[in-house]
Structures are given as structure tokens and as C-alpha cells.
Write a protein that binds this ligand. Structure first.
Ligand SMILES: Cc1cc2nc3c(=O)[nH]c(=O)nc-3n(C[C@H](O)[C@H](O)[C@H](O)COP(=O)(O)OP(=O)(O)OC[C@H]3O[C@@H](n4cnc5c(N)ncnc54)[C@H](O)[C@@H]3O)c2cc1C
Length: 430
């Protein structure tokens, strides 16, 4: 007994010492405990998702229209604003952005995308623009609570989806007028044609493939930038998706993100055979992958919770259906997969925020896993609800439709596997 109490004292002394050292230390401490700010933001976004987004979900899915009144509500409480996204992003752990996205998309993914779709354009301006460009264009992506606006990011084209090097939209510099002239067709642009600000990826030198790309802001009401066909979709139907046509669309020289000097330097490096530091579209996708993964997680969690509650209520053969192992094990695995995906999302978000290089394509891992989990979990949720799951009277059918896009956009699951396999092997896997 005496020995053990000495050991206790020593252990306590060591713990005290460790605690005092770690609190003085500037070394990061490992913790999965959310801090008070993170908890407050989670609760705030959850409240909006539960009270405003969810009740509107079915209506806007059926209408297949942008839910302007819901976006306005989000703007009124400050959720649809650069200040909010900036605050989420500012969290030095990197976790607040995925946490907020998970909560919002738990409410509904179609409306969630209508609110968050602007962020892709904002991320491009934030990631590639000069401070002046950020100050000028980011506020115009959001507008004001009384006059909300949207942003659109246009990289994909009919013949350039996974293969962004196939982008044909061209940008030619008119030196005499200091203007860029854009021509081409963009496909599947979220908020395309209805956005106030479009960010367009165009080729300034086709011979250089994706290394010859640059990002341009198309200011509001620019002649030659028009919406093409609006796409009718399987899911995410409250989010507007459309082609965008660029016909001799002239924008001031100042609309080239990052500026001409930087572009010329980069192109010169590439032409000399040196490695380019960045590629315009890939840079935007890289940074946004964990956030997109978090959106998929929100859908998966919503479907899992619904199915769990249902299984605890529904009776067949004189017992709750959850009392059957096959149902209970499915639910256990759904929870397991969601939590595993969340850990990958949080790791990638943390790495991104610390500026760590994704040596093993951790951003792609997070998006790949979360997207696949969302499709699988929502499909299982339909199965657990049986016939009810297959009808539009119950939300899991919508969640399943919404989830599918997460294995397609921002890099399909196959492309994520390609990125991961190249990163881990060092080989140019095809
Ligand atoms: C609802 C929605 C919203 C979108 N929003 C935007 C947006 O805001 N901005 C934007 O720029 N784009 C957007 N997109 C486009 C989206 O990013 C593309 O659809 C996606 O990148 C896939 O390209 P793709 O459709 O041309 O498919 P493809 O590239 O034609 O791929 C078809 C299939 O082939 C597979 N494949 C292709 N290449 C390989 C390979 N090398 N190895 C193995 N398999 C391969 C793919 O994985 C896929 O299964 C959106 C799309 C949708 C549907």
C-alpha cells in the first residue's frame, strides 16, 4: 500500500509537471475536444438547419429552384456572409469549417448547396486573388442581407470534367485596351448564370494544358456572359446548376486573379520546363475537399439518425425492427463509417489549415471516404425504412439522391483514387 501511494504521488508530480510544461509550450497539443467557439458555432448552425432549412427542404427539392427566401434568412443572421465563412476559416484548428458544413447539410443538402455554392467562387478569389481583388469581389459574391447575391465557379466544360487539361475556354489579352477576351462554354456551374460574380477558369496557352490555365472574375452584368441550359438533376435540386456561355466576353485586365505579372512569371517558368507552382482549378479543389467531405457527412448523419429512430419505432413480427441483428448491425456500421469518415475530414481540414502538404493526398482521402459513406449510408437508410424509404413522404429518399453527387463533383471517386495512388506510389498511375 505504502509503495503504491508513493507511486501515486510521483505520478501526480509528473502529471503536474507535464501540464505546466505543455501549457507554457508553443508546441501544438493534440485534442479532439471542441473548444467553446466551435461548440457555439456548431449549435448556431444546427439551430438554423433544424428550424429554417429542414422545414423548407421538401418544398425546394420539388420546386427545383434556388431558395432565395432561405438564403435571405441565412444572410439576416449572418450565416450567408464572408464574415461567417472568414470566421469559420480563421479557426486555427481548421475544424470549424467542416463542422459548420456538416450541420448545415444535415438540415438539407440542396438548400445547403444553395447557401454554400458561393464559397467555391470565394475560395478561388481568396486563394488566387490579390488583397485588392479580394476586397473588391468577395463582398459582391454575397451582396447584403437586403439584396443577396451569389457567386459561381466555372471550371468544367462539356469535354473537360475530370480532365481539366481539356479546357477549351480561351482568354486572350488585348494589350491595347488592357482587357481579356473570353470565349467558350462552361458546364454544370453551380449558380451559373444567376450569380453576380462568376470565376472562370480559362486557357491562356492551350499548349501548356492545365499549366496554361488562369482564373478570371467576370463582373456583374458583363456583356457576353450568359446562362445556357439549366440542368435538371437527380438530387441537390434546390441548388441551381447551368451551362454558362462566354462569347467575346471582355473583362478589364484587373480581373485576372493574381495579376498579369504573376501569370507571366508562372508561364515563363513552365515554358522553361520548370515545375509550375500551382494550377488554377486544382488549387481551388485541393483546399475545398475536406469541406465538401463534411457536407456529405451531414447528409449521411441525417439519414442515419432518421433510420435509427425509425428502427426503434417500427414493429414487425411482434418486435421493434432494430431488435433484428441485421438491422442493428447495419446501424452500427453506418455510425462507424460516419465517424471514421469524419476523422479523415477533420485530419485533412487540420492539415490544410496548418499548411501541411497533403503528402498522401489526405484531402482526396477525406472526400472519397465521406462521399462513398454518404451514398452507402443513405441507401441503407432506405432499406431500413422499407417501402416508406422509397417514397417521397420520407426524407431518406431525398437524402440518397442528394448524396450521389458527392462521388462525382469536385473530383469523382475514381479521380480521388488516382490522386491517392499517385501520391503514395510516386508513379504516374493512369
Ligand atoms: C450538380 C453538379 C454541380 C457541379 N458544380 C460544378 C461547379 O460549380 N463548377 C464546376 O466547374 N463544375 C461543377 N460540376 C462538374 C463536376 O465537377 C464534373 O461533373 C466532375 O468533375 C466529373 O466530370 P464529368 O462529369 O465530365 O465526368 P467524366 O470526367 O466524363 O467521367 C466519367 C466517368 O469516367 C471516370 N473517369 C474519368 N477519367 C478517369 C480516369 N483517368 N481513371 C478512372 N476513371 C476515370 C470518372 O470517374 C467517371 O466515373 C458540377 C456537376 C454537377 C453534376
Amino acid at each position: 500500500m505504502a509503495d503504491s501511494s508513493v507511486a501515486d504521488v510521483d505520478a501526480q508530480a509528473l502529471l503536474d509537471e507535464a501540464n505546466s510544461t505543455s501549457s507554457d509550450s508553443t508546441e501544438p497539443k493534440f485534442s479532439l475536444e471542441l473548444n467553446q467557439d466551435q461548440k457555439d458555432i456548431k449549435e448556431w448552425v444546427h439551430g438554423f438547419a433544424a428550424n429554417v432549412v429542414r422545414p423548407a427542404a421538401e418544398e425546394w427539392d420539388e420546386r427545383e429552384e434556388t431558395p432565395w427566401p432561405v438564403i435571405e434568412e441565412a444572410a439576416k443572421i449572418g450565416l450567408y456572409s464572408f464574415e461567417a465563412v472568414g470566421q469559420f476559416w480563421a479557426d486555427e484548428t481548421g475544424l470549424t469549417l467542416p463542422i459548420a458544413n456538416e450541420e448545415l447539410f444535415w438540415g438539407d443538402a440542396g438548400i445547403g448547396m444553395a447557401i454554400m455554392g458561393t464559397t467555391l467562387a470565394v475560395a478561388a478569389i481568396f486563394g488566387q486573388g490579390t488583397p485588392e481583388q479580394m476586397g473588391e469581389w468577395i463582398p459582391q459574391c454575397y451582396g447584403t442581407p437586403d439584396d443577396v447575391k451569389l457567386g459561381a465557379f466555372c471550371a468544367s466544360e462539356p469535354d473537360a470534367g475530370s480532365d481539366v487539361s481539356g479546357i477549351r475556354t480561351s482568354a486572350k489579352y488585348d494589350e491595347a485596351k488592357d482587357e481579356w477576351v473570353l470565349n467558350g462554354q462552361k458546364a454544370w456551374a453551380t449558380n451559373g448564370g444567376i450569380a453576380n460574380v462568376h470565376v472562370v477558369i480559362a486557357s491562356v496557352d492551350r499548349e501548356l494544358g492545365s499549366r496554361g490555365h488562369a482564373a478570371f472574375v467576370i463582373p456583374p452584368n458583363t456583356k457576353g456572359c450568359e446562362q445556357g441550359a439549366k440542368v435538371k438533376k437527380h438530387g441537390l435540386r434546390a441548388s441551381h446548376t447551368a451551362d454558362v456561355h462566354l462569347d467575346d466576353c471582355r473583362v478589364p485586365g484587373s480581373c485576372l486573379l493574381g495579376g498579369k505579372e504573376k501569370l507571366d512569371e508562372r508561364l515563363a517558368r513552365v515554358r522553361e520546363g520548370k515545375k509550375a507552382k500551382s494550377q488554377a482549378a486544382m488549387q481551388t479543389f485541393e483546399a475545398s475537399r475536406p469541406t465538401v467531405g463534411a457536407q456529405a457527412l451531414g447528409i449521411a448523419r441525417a439519414a442515419y439518425e432518421y433510420a435509427l429512430d425509425y428502427a426503434k419505432e417500427r414493429e414487425q413480427f411482434g418486435r421493434k425492427i432494430v431488435e433484428n441483428q441485421s438491422i442493428a448491425f447495419d446501424l452500427a456500421n453506418m455510425k462507424l463509417e460516419i465517424d471514421a469518415a469524419r476523422l479523415l475530414v477533420w485530419r485533412a481540414a487540420w492539415m490544410g489549415r496548418q499548411g501541411h502538404k497533403f503528402e498522401n493526398a489526405e484531402g482526396s482521402m477525406s472526400k472519397l471516404k465521406a462521399g462513398e459513406v454518404a451514398v452507402w449510408v443513405t441507401e441503407r437508410a432506405i432499406q431500413i425504412l422499407g417501402g416508406n424509404g422509397y417514397t417521397r413522404e420520407f426524407p431518406v429518399e431525398r437524402m440518397h439522391r442528394d448524396s450521389k453527387i458527392y462521388t462525382i463533383f469536385e473530383g469523382t471517386s475514381e479521380i480521388q483514387q488516382l490522386v491517392i495512388s499517385r501520391a503514395i506510389s510516386g508513379f504516374h498511375i493512369k
